[in-house]
Design a protein around this ligand. Structure first.
Ligand SMILES: *Cc1c(COP(=O)(O)O)cnc(C)c1O
Length: 390
């Protein structure tokens, strides 16, 4: 049996060693606390689950869904964008429900990338941008996200021959893993760059609703001209604690939406309808839950930043996302430091380098862990630091 190159070309899993250690410690009954996973610990709001259960009882929802989703769901998505961002969308041409954002991200590559084509991809970044590109036979040109640049790609430093060849530009704000945000002025530069080089822009924005201190992240589509050249991928996963239900949406340029619909209609059969009803309930029902969740994350953020500060780890308070991106202490790389925290404190953090080589020198800590577990993790980190410094 000979598998395809795309399987061999999958990047090696960088923290095999760390994963092995976690499994080993847990098997020995050791209590390991993970701040490594970006998956909300808070349950899906009960009104959403009630709607899901009700819709699951209806035999009409037991049959194949349509690839393009229920018209009512597309309408609700368009209305939500209008209410939240003042962005107008045609529900039939500019909205496509997804089986989670990951579905759209992976499959957009098939809409744009032919063998030999280039995608512009942030480093560090969510791995699916580059893996989708590789699966389609293309290659990624990595745009470094560095602190001096507020973790925004420096578009001017992309060589003109690369920019001319590139077909897609990926951006993601609020950002995973750096927790950086982008303002209107940056998105305007992205639109100008994309127009200059005839590049499609895909903005991955699953964290626009997870924000703190009253900050309201933008939609990329709020910028004039964005819809002429790009789409935004959104998701209910992080906004409504719905990672397990797999539902999101692509919105924006009708040509890109049409291409994605055609790819997907040949690969999947849409989102189970009961889940579409649950998603409609989330988008149209009370938004108090979003506010409540953000208050919880904000409290955790502040507690964790306080402790990180006390143990000498430098991190900026994130204005949005579920993460803290902290510098590792001098004398460690990110894998060494994550391994040390696991070995010596029983706490798991994600090494920055696992999101790309420019993630080196950082760790990512996730806020999606119950308060009491987070407190316990912080007690351990403090005790570890004390042991270290005496
Ligand atoms: C969580 C996440 C996604 C995936 O979201 P789903 O809708 O659950 O597939 C996509 N992009 C980024 C940057 C994420 O952090």
């Amino acid at each position: 049996m000979r598998t395809a190159k795309r399987i061999e070309n999958l990047p090696p899993y960088l923290f095999v060693e760390i994963s092995r250690k976690i499994a080993e410690k847990r098997a020995q009954g050791e209590d390991v606390i993970s701040l490594g996973i970006g998956d909300p610990d808070i349950p899906t709001p009960s009104h959403v689950i009630e709607r899901l259960c009700q819709a699951a009882q209806d035999p009409q929802n037991h049959r194949y869904p349509e690839s393009e989703g229920l018209p009512e769901f597309r309408n609700n998505i368009a209305q939500w964008y209008k209410g939240r961002f003042s962005v107008t969308l045609d529900p039939d041409r500019e909205v496509l429900p997804l089986i989670g954002a990951k579905d759209g991200i992976g499959h957009i590559a098939l809409c744009f990338i032919d063998p030999g084509d280039i995608a512009l991809v942030p480093d560090p970044g969510y791995p699916v941008y580059s893996i989708g590109t590789m699966f389609a036979g293309g290659s990624s040109y990595y745009m470094p996200l560095i602190e001096d640049n507020d973790f925004l790609p420096d578009l001017d430093s992309i060589p003109a021959d690369i920019a001319r060849k590139a077909k897609v530009l990926w951006i993601n704000y609020p950002n995973n893993p750096t927790a950086a945000v982008a303002e209107l002025e940056y998105f305007e530069r992205v639109v100008a760059f994309a127009n200059k080089y005839d590049i499609a822009v895909c903005h991955d924005g699953p964290y626009t609703e997870v924000a703190f201190d009253g900050y309201r992240p933008l939609s990329f589509l709020e910028v004039a001209g964005a819809k002429d050249i790009g789409v935004e991928i959104h998701s209910l996963s992080k906004s409504y604690n719905m990672t397990g239900w797999r539902v999101g949406m692509a919105v924006g340029n009708a040509g890109i939406i049409d291409a994605l619909r055609r790819v997907k209609s040949n690969l999947d059969s849409g989102i189970p309808q009961a889940i579409q009803y649950a998603a409609m309930e989330a988008l149209t029902g009370s938004q108090d839950c979003v506010k409540e969740h953000n208050e919880i994350y904000q409290r955790r953020r502040d507690r964790l930043l306080q402790i990180l500060n006390q143990i000498g780890l430098k991190a900026k308070p994130p204005r949005a996302s579920l993460y803290i991106w902290a510098r590792v202490p001098d004398g460690y790389n990110s894998i060494e430091f994550a391994t040390t925290l696991l070995d010596e404190a029983g706490v798991v953090v994600t090494p920055g380098v696992s999101y790309g080589k420019h993630g080196e020198g950082y760790i990512r800590l996730s806020l999606t862990i119950p308060d009491e577990r987070l407190e316990e993790a912080m007690v351990r980190l403090m005790a570890w630091h004390k042991r270290k410094s005496t």
